[in-house]
Ligand binder design. Structure first.
Ligand code: NI
Length: 180
């Protein structure tokens, strides 16, 4: 396993549409996923998409950590999950502002408007179908990572850029938790 270099905003790999994974069970895909999990954990992130490690393929890893989720039934802590060739769809009309950060935009956080609830599906490295309905942080991280596969960064979804700032600076003046 290896810790991979993370592309930062400004690198063109973060702005292109990623390609489907032809064979989710291939050895090189398993190796990439293992390295991405190690990289995500080393960086202290809760999600990482392949384009963020300079690989323009449609897959991401994520984990909903204990103590960060809303606690709703579809927003419980999870183990590390991988989603290959994902499809993500909003459920319902509920759209809320939530704080997000990104390993490709280090040190910053911003308030992003997203559907509170989504349905997603894909496959894992054993080609086993994965499908779930998610809310809150779980839904937010899945949407954020899925956006990376379409070349979209969270800042592009911000309705109010005055709610973008350096995490350290914002922490001095407010306590931005999971809610805006
Ligand atoms: Ni990100």
């Amino acid at each position: 396993m290896a810790i991979l270099k993370i592309a930062r905003m400004g690198h063109p790999v973060l702005l292109r549409r990623a390609d489907p994974v032809d064979d989710p069970g291939a050895a090189e895909v398993r190796r990439l996923v293992a390295d991405m999990i190690e990289t995500m954990q080393d960086a202290g992130g809760i999600g990482l998409a392949a384009p963020q490690v300079h690989v323009p393929l449609r897959l991401f890893v994520f984990q909903v950590p204990a103590g960060r989720s809303s606690g709703e039934p579809d927003d419980q802590p999870t183990s590390v999950r991988v989603l290959i060739n994902p499809v993500v769809e909003p459920v319902g009309e509920d759209v809320r502002l939530r704080w997000e950060g990104c390993l490709s935009i280090p040190g910053l956080r911003g308030a992003v408007a997203r559907p509170w609830r989504v349905r997603y599906r894909g496959v894992d490295c054993d080609r086993v179908p994965v499908a779930a309905e998610a809310a809150g942080l779980h839904a937010g991280v899945v949407q954020h990572e899925n956006d990376h596969l379409d070349g979209v960064l969270y800042t592009m979804r911000m309705p109010d850029l005055s709610l973008l700032g350096f995490t350290e600076e914002m922490a001095r003046f407010a306590a931005p938790g999971g809610q805006v």
